[in-house]
Design a protein around this ligand. Structure first.
Ligand code: SF4
Length: 304
């Protein structure tokens, strides 16, 4: 399966680079699978967090590269390589098993669209080692049909984003004018799968509520919706701000008008204190403690 990296057409960017020889395309990654951290996370939607927490695995690199990414330390290639460490499929499997042993309700693979062949191998190794909990795919939905076909037999639940249906915004914020069409096709495919849990996440972009309305109209009566209001200006995000109360209330009104009753909605963020720092062993604890309410670390890229 790793031969798919030889002339990489894995995602809609279709860079054509030879990642097996160490070349890097838009996602910034070679054929080596690099991870940033794995932890028991308790801040996901209730069915994802469950009682024991979600076993999140954050993959380094990203094929979308949003300018406002909260995980920019691991997702956005700048001059230096993003944070992360290479793992083998055996080590990936060992991380999955460790998460399960710590009580995780699922394996929640975050932003791995550019590394699907290597992750698929890792999931297979974990299955051989007796992994029993479901595998959840948590992505931007910027994926090709061929890549999805690799995932479908290995994934039990889906947590795709639908960031916008406006090609101009998609071009401006993540340089992907085709994002709306690809993401819709990806989500429709996921929705067509039998017996799968699917929750579609949408992050409100401050000042672009018309985009949120369009997304909600498309999702209404199609999918369980999770509205994210945590937009926080990060390094390199010019002229951006938090979601204000008026915008938040407008979105709540639209949920009612459109009859969207099944789903989740966050409270708007008011500060950047919650932002993860992947340089800390527990990126989701402001003090880096191992035991924060939000997450407990199981593996970190700095571990030896
Ligand atoms: S996975 Fe990476 S290298 Fe391959 S097509 Fe997508 S962005 Fe390009």
């Amino acid at each position: 399966m790793t031969s798919l990296y030889e002339h990489c057409n894995l995602c809609p960017r279709r860079c054509g680079v030879n990642r097996l020889r160490g070349e890097r395309g838009y996602c910034g990654e070679t054929a080596a699978l690099r991870l940033a951290c794995a932890s028991i996370h308790r801040g996901e939607e209730p069915p994802v967090t469950g009682q024991g927490g979600s076993g999140t695995i954050f993959v380094s690199g990203c094929n979308l590269g949003c300018t406002f990414c909260q995980n920019w330390q691991i997702s956005r290639r700048t001059d230096a390589q993003t944070m992360g460490r290479e793992v083998s499929s055996e080590e990936f499997a060992a991380i999955c098993i460790a998460l399960e042993e710590k009580g995780a309700e699922n394996i929640n693979i975050v932003t791995g669209s550019h590394a699907i062949p290597a992750i698929a191998e890792g999931i297979d190794r974990a299955g051989e080692r007796g992994l029993k909990i479901p595998v959840l795919w948590n992505s931007s939905a910027y994926e090709t049909e061929e890549a999805l076909e690799i995932l479908i037999p290995r994934v039990d639940a889906w947590l795709p984003d639908l960031k916008t249906l406006d090609p101009a915004l998609a071009s401006r914020y993540f340089n992907a004018v085709d994002y709306p069409e690809r993401a819709k096709a990806t989500i429709l495919k996921m929705l067509s799968l039998p017996h799968s849990l699917i929750i579609v996440r949408h992050l409100i972009l401050p000042g672009h509520l018309e985009s949120t309305r369009e997304v909600l109209q498309w999702l209404a009566h199609r999918a369980i919706v999770s509205i994210m209001t945590q937009f926080t200006p990060v390094n390199g995000t010019d002229n951006m701000r938090y979601v204000n109360q008026e915008e938040y209330e407008q979105v709540l009104d639209w949920l009612g008008e459109l009859g969207i009753e099944e789903g989740y909605c966050q409270e708007p963020a008011r500060s950047s204190d919650w932002l993860p720092d992947f340089g800390r062993r527990n990126p989701f604890s402001a003090r880096g403690d191992d035991a924060s309410e939000l997450s407990s670390p199981v593996w970190h890229w700095k571990d030896t």
